[in-house]
Design a protein around this ligand. Structure first.
Ligand code: NAP
Length: 299
């Protein structure tokens, strides 16, 4: 990739960002389509977010992705927020349109596309989400849009889960979306046996803590469980996925969501159809070789 005076720039703002696979995915896509574009990691400390956004504008960036810990904080600095991002309360993609900075959320549709690719139909089914952070919000919105009948949010702080559920239900309803009944549970509470999908939206099991599982290994899975999706993709097969497969349950990692949220951001910036298979191959190539300091923020 040659960077010239004409090269159009996008990037990823997060703290830290060194482990992100997004640069390799987007730069492979630009190269495949012969676009004079580049995607750069932009490490931005939480206290520098506002200055960094002014910097994006001043430096003529076309847009950016936003990851941990900025996805919610960035809402304060935008000229416009898409209805879905407003409903979810989180932005992962920024783009400048005629000087106005617009915030979007492509995680929601990215997760929906990953569900479809995994052959996981949730319409009319119950689903459970482990965790109540930014990714859990996007998953909950996606499951509501897909017509899940009932959703359970499992979190170590029941107050936090209750707050997240209430905020999201209000946001989605205000956006005119139908929200199924959403309940919160503590990790020790039983879950109904007819749950068809379990999603891990916590970092538990991520490298280097690869032996950890967010689902206690000795606890049987609900008998109706058909799919487990772990949003983690490093390692590509987590302990949770191995436990699910041993119980005869289909298990999928987080590369599908990462790919499809990236593909949607690529389209928003370039207006071009994303070369999905090129992007998938680039992602499967692995992480950049840098030391592991905080993999939780690697997007
Ligand atoms: P986040 O906003 O920090 O939320 C993490 C959630 O996990 C919080 O609810 C947190 O609980 C909970 N948690 C953290 N450590 C835990 C532990 N030891 N035991 C139980 N719960 C724990 O992070 P996020 O952005 O939602 O990301 C969550 C995971 O999803 C990460 O692994 C991330 O890499 C992955 N992710 C993947 C994609 C993808 O495209 N595949 C996209 C986004 C995120 P507290 O609130 O109590 O801290």
């Amino acid at each position: 990739m040659e960077i010239r005076g004409t090269t159009r720039l996008v990037g990823l703002m997060g703290w830290p960002v060194a482990h992100s696979r997004s640069p390799q995915m987007h730069n492979a896509a630009f190269a495949a389509l012969g676009l004079d574009w580049a995607y750069v990691p932009l490490p931005v400390r939480p206290e520098d977010l506002e200055a960094a956004i002014r910097g994006l504008r001043a430096l003529g960036f076309v847009g950016a992705n936003v990851t941990v810990p900025h996805k919610m904080a960035v809402l304060s600095y935008l000229d416009e927020i898409s209805p879905l991002a407003r409903a979810v309360g989180a932005v992962n993609t920024l783009r400048f349109v005629e000087g106005r900075l617009i915030g979007e959320n492509t995680d929601v549709d990215g997760f929906r596309a990953a569900l479809a690719e995994a052959g996981c139909a949730v319409r009319g089914q119950a689903a459970a989400i482990l965790g109540a952070g930014g990714a859990a919000r996007a998953v909950l919105a996606a499951l509501a849009l897909e017509g899940a009948a009932e959703i359970f949010v499992v979190h170590r702080s029941v107050e936090r889960a209750a707050r997240m559920v209430a905020e999201l239900a209000e946001g989605l309803s205000r956006a005119g979306l139908t929200v199924p009944p959403v309940h919160w549970r503590s990790p020790s509470d039983p879950l109904p046996e007819d749950i068809a999908l379990l999603v891990n939206a916590t970092p538990v099991g991520m490298a280097p803590e690869v032996e950890a599982s967010p689902w206690p290994p000795e606890r049987p899975f609900p008998w109706g469980l058909q799919h487990v999706i772990d949003l983690i993709y490093e390692p590509p097969r987590t302990r949770l996925m191995a436990l699910a497969e041993a119980a005869g349950i289909a298990a999928h990692n987080g590369l599908g969501m990462l790919l499809h949220q990236g593909a949607r951001a690529f389209f928003l910036w370039t207006g071009r159809e994303p070369p999905l298979e090129v992007m998938r191959r680039a992602l499967e190539g692995g992480s950049p070789a840098v030391p592991f300091d905080n993999p939780a923020a690697a997007r």
